[in-house]
Design a protein around this ligand. Structure first.
Ligand SMILES: NC(=O)c1ccc[n+]([C@@H]2O[C@H](COP(=O)([O-])OP(=O)(O)OC[C@H]3O[C@@H](n4cnc5c(N)ncnc54)[C@H](O)[C@@H]3O)[C@@H](O)[C@H]2O)c1
Length: 272
């Protein structure tokens, strides 16, 4: 049974693979024997890679491309194919959100929310995934195999609860509204996953999504964490290491009968 979870010798692409979750996904896949191509907007020097991926740098390479730039995606994917062959795994992980510490208008009330932030987030989180699927998934379909994993969020399934952020206005005196764009982009991914999962089923390319809950990280306000954790049945945020297993599962033959699905990994947040 454990062989079913193997990704030994497979070729994986992880977009945004130098970020918090992406780094973990690359570690998991490389430690399980895959060769991993990171698509990143910026290059990374050897010291950075060695620090992030001790003992795994031989299996991990960075390719410079934004997920919003189709020409760059075509170019780097040609390079990956020439180096390692047609990829078996694509993890659409790159994503952006409005920053709680960003300019006030990023978190302004919906009625006056600037379109430029909507455009940026939709372009990266939704159009970027579509382009990566088009460029990499088409090559997988031609090879008649592959697994695409889209990285979603609980906010693709349920709306952000504005009560979690109400302390900000009380504290700062400025309205703070968790914006619409991220939630809309991640919910769009759920049906993009169903669309492509069914579209490519005859070509044996599986497409699934994971709706992740919040991961522990530095920098959250205590008021936010207390309010958030009160709504998580497991009473805690995830540790990033806890997210690798489901990636390996969906990347490998252990999930061979799954496509078009939304796998929820959220400590029970959306079960309440
Ligand atoms: N951190 C969480 O709690 C959490 C929860 C649920 C879902 N997610 C999702 O997980 C994914 C990773 O999030 P994270 O928390 O690791 O964020 P992060 O900011 O640490 O990592 C995101 C990475 O994507 C890269 N990126 C952004 N735009 C890009 C582009 N146009 N082209 C290529 N790369 C680009 C960034 O440079 C960064 O390295 C995102 O899709 C996010 O929505 C995160």
């Amino acid at each position: 049974m454990s062989d079913k979870f193997s990704v030994e010798g497979k070729v994986a692409i992880v977009t945004g693979g130098l970020g918090q979750l992406g780094t973990q996904f690359c570690r998991t896949l490389a430690a399980a024997g895959a060769k991993v191509a990171i698509y990143s907007r910026r290059p990374a020097d050897e010291a950075t890679l060695a620090a992030k991926f001790p003992d795994l740098t031989g299996r991990i390479r960075v390719f410079v491309a934004s997920v919003t730039d189709k020409e760059a995606l075509e170019r780097v994917t040609d390079e990956v194919v020439a180096l390692w062959g047609v990829p078996h795994i694509l993890v659409n992980n790159a994503g952006i959100d409005s920053r709680p510490s960003g300019p006030a208008d990023q978190n302004s009330p919906f009625e006056v929310y600037p379109q430029k932030y909507w455009d940026e987030i939709i372009e990266t989180n939704l159009t970027g995934v579509m382009l990566c699927c088009q460029v990499v998934g088409s090559r997988m379909a031609e090879a008649e195999r592959g697994s695409i994993i889209n990285v979603g969020s609980i906010y693709g399934m349920v709306s952000p609860n504005q009560a979690l952020y109400a302390y900000r206005e009380k504290r700062d005196g400025t309205p703070f509204i968790k914006a619409i764009s991220y939630a809309a982009s991640k919910s769009g991914l759920i049906n993009m996953t169903r669309y492509l999962g069914t579209y490519w089923a005859p070509k044996h390319v599986r497409v699934n999504l994971i709706s992740f809950g919040g991961v522990a990280a530095a920098g959250f306000d205590k008021e936010f964490i207390d309010a958030f954790l009160a709504r998580v049945p497991m009473g805690r945020q995830a540790e990033v290491e806890e997210y690798g297993g489901v990636i390996q599962f969906l990347a490998s033959d252990a999930s061979s009968y799954m496509t078009g699905s939304n796998v929820v990994v959220d400590g029970g947040f959306t079960a309440w």
